[in-house]
Design a protein around this ligand. Structure first.
Ligand code: ADP
Ligand code: MG
Length: 390
């Protein structure tokens, strides 16, 4: 894989760099609630500053259709100022003369954060006009926002037609780790859970070929159990994907490699119960994998030299049903300390990890949920075109 890294640019002194970051973080009453993504962006910011660049930061926040005060990035500028111990100027204007003028006053190493790019309707539309307006602000464009790199949006896609484009340090690290999982040391074990089958069809089709075993848990597994003829009671299933699932399961390779739950925890009449998979009642709701399943999944994970995990094994947000997810997380972390490479990603999956100290041993926690699924499935990544060659 060839990455056009920002490290390859020889002279950044006095260059204005438009740095697309992922500052899509939770805010509450104008305060930063969680600063993990901000901290992850510091390496690239500090690198650019150390090389004498002027850094203009650009991000989205939430899903606004127009300017919305509560989705302004202003509080983030203040927070970053404290984090970096250097003033981060904030510009409510995102494009145009006024912001251009402010940028022209910036000095080497100075920082400016523009407001939420999704305030401008051209962003979602991948507008060339907006891309040109953004390009007019800088000399170089750097993408460090993997989480939006699967989207065709002006600040990650169209912009690259108008400025020389490079990968930031975080994006580069993300890509190197993703690439390692695509050239895996064997055995490769994939663990896929979560809610919807539909969003993971392409990934499953790919993994069933490349992995030695594909382990399924979470509500996603319900659809497969149903397709296999088991009863799942009132559990969540993905009806839209049932036909695909049935067809998928007729394949020999799938029968050989797919590992499904053998026991589950269900909710019935408000009570948690353990059930074997062939004894699910009409009124049961499957909400976690059971202890035998955990042991079986861990048996496979222990053998792996490479592990890819996306999607919780149950409704972990409910304390009664977090055990499956946390046990799998723990085993992946332990295997990682014993020389296995592990890649974990997904919004809720990463959230589930946050309560586990041991998860710091996981080799790479992806900075993108949907973007990781799309990349691993080999789908188009508009934000990476011109920056990465696989
Ligand atoms: P990620 O964001 O990590 O990619 P998904 O979005 O695919 O994961 O799915 C996460 C959601 O799936 C979680 O909110 C979790 O509660 C839900 N989930 C997992 N297993 C079940 C289940 N058996 N029943 C209902 N919801 C489930
Ligand atoms: Mg999710």
């Amino acid at each position: 894989m060839l990455i056009k890294s920002i490290k390859k640019v020889k002279n950044l002194k006095n260059k204005t760099v438009l740095l697309r970051v992922d500052f899509n973080i939770p805010l509450k009453n104008g305060r930063v609630k969680e600063d993990y993504k901000l901290r992850q962006s510091l390496d690239t910011i500090n690198y650019l500053r150390s090389k004498g660049a002027k850094v203009v930061l650009l991000s989205h926040l939430g899903r606004p259709k127009k300017r919305e005060n509560k989705l302004s990035l202003k509080p983030v500028a203040k927070y970053l100022t404290n984090l970096l111990d250097v003033e981060v100027e904030f510009s409510p204007e995102i494009v145009g003369q006024k912001v251009k003028q402010s940028i022209s006053k910036m000095k080497e190493g100075n920082l400016m954060l523009l407001d939420n790019i999704r305030f401008l309707p051209g962003e979602k539309k991948n507008s060339k006009v907006l891309a040109k307006q953004l390009a007019a602000l800088a000399d170089i464009y750097v993408n460090d926002a993997f989480a939006v790199s699967h989207r065709g949006e002006a600040s990650v896609d169209a912009i690259k037609s108008y400025l020389p484009a490079y990968a930031g340090l975080l994006l580069e690290e993300e890509l190197n780790n993703l690439f390692t999982s695509l050239q895996p040391r064997k055995p490769l074990i994939a663990v896929i859970g979560g809610a919807k089958v539909e969003s993971k069809i392409k990934l499953l089709e790919k993994l069933i070929k490349s992995a030695d075993f594909v382990i399924l848990g979470g509500a996603l597994a319900n659809t497969f159990l149903l397709a296999q003829g088991f009863k799942v009671g009132k559990s969540l299933v993905d009806d839209k994907a049932l036909a695909w699932t049935k067809k998928f399961m007729t394949k020999k390779i799938v029968q050989k490699k797919l590992i499904l739950p053998i026991d589950v925890l269900v909710l019935n009449g408000g009570k948690k119960q353990l059930r074997e998979i062939n004894k699910i009642k009409k009124t049961d709701i499957i909400l976690d994998i059971g202890p035998e399943t955990i042991a079986n999944f861990c048996f496979y994970i222990k053998k792996a030299k490479t592990i890819i995990w996306n999607g919780p094994m149950g409704k972990f947000e409910d304390k009664r049903f977090k055990q499956g997810t946390l046990s799998v997380a723990r085993q992946i972390a332990i295997s990682s300390t014993k020389n296995a490479f592990s890649l974990v990603g997904g919004g809720e999956t990463v959230e589930a990890l946050s309560s586990l100290e041991i998860s710091k041993n996981i080799t790479w926690i992806s900075t993108g949920g949907g973007a990781m699924l799309q990349f691993l499935a080999g789908e188009k990544m508009p934000g990476l075109e011109k920056i990465v060659k696989i």
